[in-house]
Ligand binder design. Structure first.
Ligand code: 9MR
Length: 523
């Protein structure tokens, strides 16, 4: 988004309603995924790693963690790919304009995951006819990610419902705006203000609250999601599905949405309509895929306002055999940062977000994952914002996906697709990619460039523990102390920014400390 005027109170209500609307290892770890060898890790520090042991049968040691086909805990960290896929009409290829070759730059950060945008209108442009040619193209991207050890969450994206009334999402045939045409747009206004368009609201109403005689569009959406899961259940890159991006207006129209703000602020707003849709989303994925995680978003209202969540968390149940594989996937958009107005020192947003969302993820028995967060680089205290959010994520051992890759703008890279933006510089950090055990805590001190982590090994986790160690941060090299001993033979792949370590014993507690070559903080 192009940041416009600084954020102000009047816009806040609208952000709430639109941006954030209402109503409502590869781990797919079946053995077919691991036998092709791509889902298992190939960086074999220690030399004892047998990829054949990665049969995808290990369950997560805790509902708060994702695991890969090797049973290692995966801390999902990466980026959304990408806004450009939306296009401006249902027609078009709906693939990232930056191109597959541009993804190699992800190795600057050692990231292990992407949230990849797909669209109902691209999957099913004509009713009941799935577009396999589009899905074949998506598969080419998935193949590349699998080959490069990057997990993918497929995100059923929409912005203001559909191209025909808003920006993207639903196919033209699934838009019922009750005879109202898309209104004129002020190209200089924030995009989400287009949610005031009666055509958008009517289309959402038809989706969330159909009247007798109207089509059951929710079931149509879920059938497209189920088809996506059927196509990619066995793909080694796919680790999750995001049921619906930023669900909006599930409780009614704009007026009704504005009316619930006070209720929402008081923690009294619950949204059974959206809860039921998300439960059906879990079941739609499980028709074909028992192993991936299902990402569930609350109303988009909560992205800008860290109010208590609206989902009926205890009603969301995974129907797979075995422990639940769910993720609570709300977005983190500090309103002023989203609109380019800078990160005020007095902002309490990140603290409140942490308090509510971590407690709600626990109630849902899900992995906490910020499916989107970001902002323009050229605003005050953006680096502080990034540092605070990433530190919070580490404290919570939560995953995140930056919005978005699209080179230029908010991206970690400038228009050329490789030079780091100031956002990219701030996002360079040491963090876990895959942990052959169960982490108890980890932290990155950006000032001293010191990373520490404690974990307990598990017999059912195979392969090395991997950290993202961006080569650009340590031009003179690194010093690593594992279980009190300095490692002399480092398994650090600088091209991929991945460090692999294997403690002498698999089980038991382990600790790692990493710092620049000449550091003296790690003992
Ligand atoms: O950043 C995107 C902006 O350029 C587009 O105009 C807008 C509408 O398509 O979408 C923005 O991306 C949003 C994403 O789709 C949903 N979450 C919030 C993102 C930032 O506003």
């Amino acid at each position: 988004m192009k940041p416009s005027a600084p954020f102000h109170r009047a816009a806040l209500l609208l952000v709430a309603t639109l941006l954030l609307p209402l109503a409502a290892c590869s781990s797919d770890d079946d053995s077919s995924k691991s036998t092709d060898g791509r889902s298992s890790n190939t960086s074999e520090a220690g030399g004892t790693f047998d990829a054949a042991e990665c049969d995808g049968t290990a369950e997560s040691p805790d509902v708060r963690f994702v695991v890969d086909a090797c049973g290692r805990v995966v801390m999902l960290r990466g980026v959304n790919v990408e806004s450009s896929s939306k296009g401006t009409t249902q027609e078009g290829d709906h693939l990232p304009a930056s191109g597959l070759q541009g993804q190699a730059a992800l190795s600057n950060w050692g990231w292990n995951s992407v949230r990849f945008l797909v669209f109902w209108g691209a999957i099913e442009p004509e009713k009941d006819k799935f577009n396999e040619a589009y899905l074949d193209k998506v598969e080419e991207w998935l193949d590349w990610y699998a080959d490069n050890d990057i997990h993918v969450v497929l995100d059923m994206h929409q912005d203001l419902y559909a191209w025909k009334v808003g920006f993207d999402g639903a196919p033209d045939w699934a838009v019922d705006s009750k005879g109202v045409e898309k209104g004129p747009r002020d190209e200089n206004a924030p995009w989400y203000l287009a949610g005031t368009d009666p055509a958008v609201q009517n289309a959402f109403q038809s989706f969330w609250n159909p009247e007798p005689g109207q089509a059951d569009l929710q079931s149509e959406w879920l059938d497209a999601l189920a088809h996506l899961a059927e196509r990619f259940a066995d793909h080694p890159a796919v680790i999750g599905y995001d049921v619906m991006n930023e669900p909006s207006f599930a409780n009614g129209d704009l007026e009704a949405t504005l009316a619930i703000q006070a209720q929402a602020a008081a923690g009294e707003f619950q949204n059974p309509n959206l809860t039921q849709f998300m439960q059906r989303g879990i079941e739609a994925v499980r028709r074909h895929d028992q192993d991936s995680w299902v990402m569930i978003e609350p109303t988009s209202l909560l992205n800008a306002f860290p109010y208590p969540g609206d989902l009926v968390f205890e009603d969301l149940k995974d129907t797979r055999d075995g422990p639940p594989r769910l993720s609570y996937a709300g977005h983190l958009y500090e309103p002023s940062v989203h609109d380019g107005g800078g990160y005020a020192p007095s902002s309490t947003y990140v603290d409140e977000w942490e308090k509510y969302r971590s407690e709600e993820a626990a109630r849902m028995q899900g992995v906490l994952w910020f499916g989107e967060w970001g902002g323009a680089p050229d605003q005050s205290r953006m680096t502080e914002f990034i540092t605070e959010v990433t530190s919070m994520a580490d404290r919570q051992m939560a995953g995140w996906a930056w919005w978005s890759w699209d080179p230029g703008g908010w991206s970690p890279v400038k228009e050329d697709g490789t030079t780091l933006s100031s956002n990219g510089e701030a996002l360079l950090r040491v963090q876990p990619r895959a942990i052959a055990g169960t982490p108890s805590e980890f932290a990155w001190a950006a000032g001293d460039k010191v990373f520490t982590m404690d974990w307990t090994g598990r017999d059912d986790a195979h392969g090395p523990t991997e950290l993202a160690v961006p080569a650009r941060l340590f031009d003179k090299g690194i010093r690593v102390v594992l279980d009190g001993e300095e490692i002399t033979d480092l398994g650090w792949d600088r091209d991929r920014s991945v460090l692999a370590v294997s403690p002498e014993t698999t089980t038991g507690t382990h600790t790692i400390c990493l710092e620049p070559t000449n550091g003296n903080k790690c003992r």
